[in-house]
Structures are given as structure tokens and as C-alpha cells.
Design a protein around this ligand. Structure first.
Ligand code: 48N
Length: 326
């Protein structure tokens, strides 16, 4: 019997509640009633201020019930994105907007998602994006200074935190951070080639200690499409393409070339693609496949590679889903 199609319940709408200060914010909780406003709390800390009572087990259950519901729900995902850096998050943003019906899991090895996009180059704050990547910033609602052929976001963290918050607000997207993809689920095409049908996961701290502990077996997520954006550096950089080489699905890595902004960014965006059936690669991981140049501290290609990766995924989604029905 085919596994259940990946479906999910539409979240209840978030009511917007006008604050006394006059601007309208989306308030939580999504259900139930709100307690007090900040204005009602201000300056009254010694007049009976007290948090509502709680028992520790309520906190434990509030976390674990949700986490294990998510693990159960996303065990069958429609799309898995490996790596929540600027490319992976841009991909998720585009997919979240385009396909609220799809269930999308993001697997991020670090506790803190965002990859290399919290700072510009050499730990400087500002983030540069060359036009036309300003189109992505405008769509996202991130302010920037226009310098003619390029734009500058005053702090890279403004871009990454805005993108991350938008991605996390989609009800059909789940971020599993502190979780590593440590292998790929494969299916034979019957001709000696393989297609990718999901990912193999483990807690990142466990993944890092397979050499000093035995038999810490992983978990799995089935998905007809995996989009890998694991970057080119760091402890897990270019993970999925390195795994394709070790399982002999691609002959060897092309090896990232030297820095050339004008060459690198066009190549990364234009060649974001499905490398083997079921696996799309974007961002700087792609430079390791194709031997593309690196671009250094300019991030427009990461955003637009994410836009393209989302397009490429939706082009083949129905076909891959049918192929991987079981
Ligand atoms: O930010 P990165 O490393 O990767 P991209 O491709 O999103 O952005 C690259 C960009 O930051 C640059 O490198 C800039 C443009 N510089 C270029 C240059 O020339 O130097 O994000 C990758 C993410 C990280 O957060 C990793 O923790 C994560 O992927 N990751 C994984 N997550 C889960 N499982 C794995 N196996 C894994 N491997 C990496």
C-alpha cells in the first residue's frame, strides 16, 4: 500500500490585534486569549506581578509532544532542504510562498540556522548583493542602500533574520536544526543509476561521534525531492555531492575554483539544477560539483540560486513523487 500522501492541516489564522501604540502586529497565541499588554505590565512589577503557575512536566510535554508530532508528520515530506544557509532558506521561502500545499522539511546541522550569512566578508557587518538580486530583497521586505550596480544591506543579520522569520512562519515548513543529514535514501532506477528518495538523519552531536561510539543508528525522512544547499566549507560542507561521489553516482568533484565574482555568481545561479534524479543542488555546494569559481563576500547568487532551486524542484515534483510512491 502506498504510504500516505504528505498532507497537513492548514494552521488556524493568526488574528492581528491592534496594539495601544497604534501599529498592527500579528499576535500570538494562534488560539486562546491573550493575557496582558506590555503597557498594562509596565511600572507595576511590585503591584502583584506574577507569572501564571506551571508544573515542569507541562513544559516538557509542550515541547516533546510538538517535536514528536512533527517527526511523525514530516517522516513523509514532499521536499527536504538540506542546509539552512542563505541558499537553503531562500529556496524554502520561494517554495513556502508558491506551494502551501507541500510539506517541506529543512534539516540544519547547526543549532543556529543561517550558515555563512550572519556577516558579510571577513566578519564585517554589511552584506552586498549585486543587481538583480535586489529583487529578492524587495520581495522579502529587507531595506537596502542602492549603490548602482549593487545594493548593500546594513547588516547581514538583518537579511538572514528576516528570511528565517518568514520561512519559519509558513505553516507547511518545519526546521529540524541541530540535526544532520548523514546519508541519502536511494532507489535503483534499474539501469545501474540511482534516484534520491529522502534523507538519513541524526542529531548532529551524534553524527560527530560515530568514530567514538558504535551503533548510533540514524532516522529517516522519505521525500521525492531533496534540495541540497550545504555550502562549500565547514565540517559538513558539500555533504550530499561528496556522498554522490562515494556512492559512485558522479565520478568526482570538480573542486571550487579561485575567487572571481563576475564569473562565479552567474555560474551558480544558471547551473542550479537536478544533479541526479531526486537531488537538486544549489548555492556554494554546487561550486564543488562544477568546479565553479567562488564569489567571496557577495550573496546575490545565494538568493537567486534558491529561487532557481525552487523552480527546478517544482518542475519535476509530480514526476519524482510518482516514481517514489514506494
Ligand atoms: O551558508 P552556507 O555554508 O551555504 P550557502 O550555499 O547557503 O551559502 C554560501 C555562502 O554563505 C558563501 O559561502 C558566500 C557567498 N561565500 C562564498 C565564498 O566564495 O566564500 O550554509 C550551508 C548550511 C550550513 O548552515 C551548514 O550547517 C548546513 O548547511 N549543512 C548541513 N545541514 C545538515 N546536514 C548536513 N549534512 C549539512 N552540511 C552542511
Amino acid at each position: 500500500m502506498a504510504p500516505p500522501a504528505a498532507i497537513f492541516e492548514q494552521a488556524t489564522s493568526v488574528d492581528s490585534v491592534p496594539l495601544k501604540s497604534g501599529f498592527d502586529v500579528k499576535s500570538f497565541p494562534i488560539n486562546g486569549t491573550r493575557s496582558k499588554t506590555l503597557e498594562e505590565l509596565a511600572e507595576k512589577w511590585d503591584q502583584g506581578f506574577k507569572f501564571a503557575p506551571i508544573r515542569e512536566s507541562q513544559v516538557s510535554r509542550a515541547m516533546t509532544r510538538r517535536y514528536f508530532n512533527d517527526l511523525d508528520s514530516y517522516a513523509e515530506s514532499d521536499i527536504v532542504i538540506v542546509g539552512a544557509g542563505s541558499c537553503g532558506l531562500s529556496t524554502a521561502y520561494m517554495l513556502g510562498k508558491a506551494r502551501p500545499d507541500l510539506k517541506i522539511a529543512i534539516i540544519e546541522a547547526s543549532v543556529s540556522p543561517g550558515g555563512g550569512a550572519w556577516l558579510g566578508g571577513q566578519l564585517f557587518s554589511a552584506m552586498v548583493m549585486r543587481k538583480p538580486a535586489d529583487a529578492f530583497l524587495t520581495d522579502l521586505g529587507v531595506p537596502f542602500e542602492d549603490e548602482g550596480d549593487f545594493v548593500v544591506v546594513k547588516h547581514a543579520a538583518l537579511f538572514t533574520s528576516t528570511l528565517l522569520s518568514k520561512v519559519l512562519s509558513f505553516p507547511n515548513i518545519k526546521l529540524f536544526n541541530a540535526t544532520a543529514v548523514e546519508d541519502l535514501i536511494t532507489r535503483s532506477n534499474g539501469d545501474g543509476t540511482l534516484r534520491i528518495a529522502g534523507v538519513v538523519t541524526n542529531w548532529t552531536l551524534v553524527t560527530m561521534h560515530h568514530d567514538d561510539q558504535s551503533c548510533m543508528d540514524p532516522n529517516t525522512i522519505n521525500a521525492p525531492i531533496v534540495i541540497s544547499t550545504t555550502g562549500h566549507d565547514g565540517p559538513f560542507g558539500a555533504f550530499c555531492v561528496k556522498r554522490l561521489v562515494s556512492m559512485q553516482q558522479i565520478e568526482k568533484l570538480g573542486g571550487m575554483r579561485g575567487l572571481d565574482m563576475n564569473t562565479a555568481e552567474d555560474a551558480i545561479v544558471k547551473r542550479t539544477r537536478e544533479i541526479v534524479p531526486g537531488l537538486i543542488v544549489g548555492g556554494m555546494e554546487l561550486s564543488e560539483v562544477d568546479g565553479a569559481n567562488r564569489m567571496g563576500p557577495t550573496f546575490g547568487a545565494m538568493a537567486l540560486s534558491g529561487v532557481k532551486a525552487a523552480e527546478e524542484a517544482l518542475k519535476v515534483f509530480d514526476e519524482r513523487k510518482a516514481q517514489n510512491a514506494f
